[in-house]
Design a protein around this ligand. Structure first.
Ligand SMILES: [Zn+2]
Length: 447
């Protein structure tokens, strides 16, 4: 019997090999994310990928064959959801890197924002544990100014993607108002959600009215804050309106936040994308030296450096206006949350200087900089994500019967959000990955 179990350990690289019957986190502080509480001295027992029981350490029996993880002075929180990620195709050489980086950072769910047919099979392979990775929720291929040629063709594309089984539709810039409305009407008729950018011809208010599911990057909000006589057209507003920040009317923010909440539309700010790209400091060279960059190919980091350099070198770029744009976005984020509008955690990795997983922890920090409490920031990547995905009874909190997706931390993230990076181990749908194993996975990716 012992021999057989040893064979399982050796073969544990292969997800499909049977896992031990159960895992017990003993004497751990549980952060269930159902409310802002820490439940001390708990034992959490996981079997078959599911939370089997949670109880006081004193009166919770641990099965004899369970793997035991000492939770003393540690904090168990739900795995994080990257709600704006880009996942390579199933046969891409980069897929393993991206999935590994997510898992090593405790990301257990990813909403893929640029889908392709191979993602449908990838979603299934992950779900069936043939591939180790965060569960995938995927859009279909992009609706944009190039892929859409008429309202009729757009509606056909909606029906095709719905029939193919994609989870939602991805909206990009360049759509005309009639095309956008045709997509919205067909999507609402079929019951598939559409999400992403707000095309300039549409604007935030009409996107809210049409029932967009998420607005990503706070796209369109900067334009919506312009006084009525200002015309944002002409392509001079820059990266998510960074160049027009000085012309905005901030008294409009509370009403916009209320309108967003009333429409039930969620926001995925991707502050890490905006701040990494538009702020003068840290410089492109400093960004390229951040520790997590060693996990990305050198040519990718060089491209990122060039991308940021291009923005900073633009004739319309003014460093103080970019800083003002960030301050406006922070106010928007805080007001959206105060107004009761849904907020979701997303970093737009792997795009400019956003290394999968690592960038999501930076995003948590940026949300706290924007004025959220650590608990509010963590909600955006746990319970809120599950609520948005309508999967609250499957994952997103720590409760009996839910998927065993955990991050085990050496310190309390509710006290200091930076503690979310002090990862002692990760559990992905019941598979326990202690620090040594995560380090091994990461070392394999290093240049
Ligand atoms: Zn994106």
């Amino acid at each position: 019997m012992k021999k057989i179990r040893y064979a399982f350990v050796v073969a544990s690289l292969y997800w499909s090999v049977a896992q031990p019957a159960s895992t017990a986190f003993v004497n751990v502080n549980v952060i269930p994310m159902t409310s802002e509480i820490v439940i001390e001295s708990q034992t959490v027992i996981v079997s078959n990928g599911t939370i089997d029981s949670i109880g006081d350490v004193a009166d919770t029996a641990v099965p004899g064959d369970a793997i035991i993880v000492d939770g003393t002075d540690r904090y168990l929180m739900p795995g994080l959801a990257e709600m704006h990620g880009h996942v390579p195709g199933r046969s891409s050489g980069n897929l393993d890197r991206v999935l590994t980086l997510y898992v090593a950072n405790g990301v257990t769910t990813v909403r893929g924002m640029l889908g392709q047919p191979s993602h449908l099979l990838l979603r299934q392979d992950i779900q069936e544990n043939n591939i180790l990775g965060p569960r995938l929720v995927t859009s279909g291929p992009s609706f944009n100014g190039r892929s859409v040629t008429s309202p009729e063709q757009a509606a056909r594309m909606v029906a095709e993607q719905h029939a193919a089984g994609y989870d939602f539709l991805k909206i990009h810039p360049g759509l005309t108002l009639v095309e956008f409305n045709a997509i919205a009407a067909k999507a609402n008729e079929l019951g598939i959600r559409f999400a992403g950018h707000v095309p300039e011809d549409v604007g935030v208010q009409r996107a809210l009215d049409a029932g967009i599911a998420t607005i990503d990057h706070l796209d369109g909000y900067m334009q919506a804050l312009l006084p009525p006589h200002e015309d944002p057209s002409g392509g001079l507003s820059g990266f998510f309106g960074v160049f027009i920040a000085d012309q905005t009317d901030l008294t409009k923010i509370p009403a916009m936040a209320r309108a967003t909440a009333a429409a039930g539309v969620w926001n995925v700010p991707t502050e890490s994308l905006f701040e990494h790209v538009t702020l003068q400091a840290p410089s492109p060279d400093e960004m390229a030296r951040r520790p997590e960059m060693k996990y990305m190919p050198a040519e990718t980091v060089a491209q990122w450096r060039g991308g940021k350099r291009n923005i900073l070198d633009d004739d319309n770029y003014v460093a103080t206006t970019a800083e003002r744009a960030v301050a406006i976005r922070h106010r928007l984020i805080a007001e959206l949350v105060r107004a009761g509008a849904g907020l979701l955690l997303g970093s737009d990795s792997p795009q400019i200087f956003n290394v999968p997983g690592f960038a999501l922890h930076r995003e948590l920090e940026y949300l706290v900089n924007a004025g959220l409490t650590p608990y509010e920031a963590l909600r955006s990547g746990t319970v809120n994500a599950a609520k948005f995905l309508e999967t609250e009874n499957r994952f997103g909190t720590i409760q009996r019967g839910l998927a065993a997706d955990f991050i085990l931390l050496d310190a309390n993230p509710l006290e200091d959000i930076a503690n979310s990076t002090r990862i002692f181990g990760v559990m992905v749908r019941g598979r326990w990955l202690p620090r040594a194993e995560l380090d091994g996975m990461l070392q394999r990716l290093e240049r």
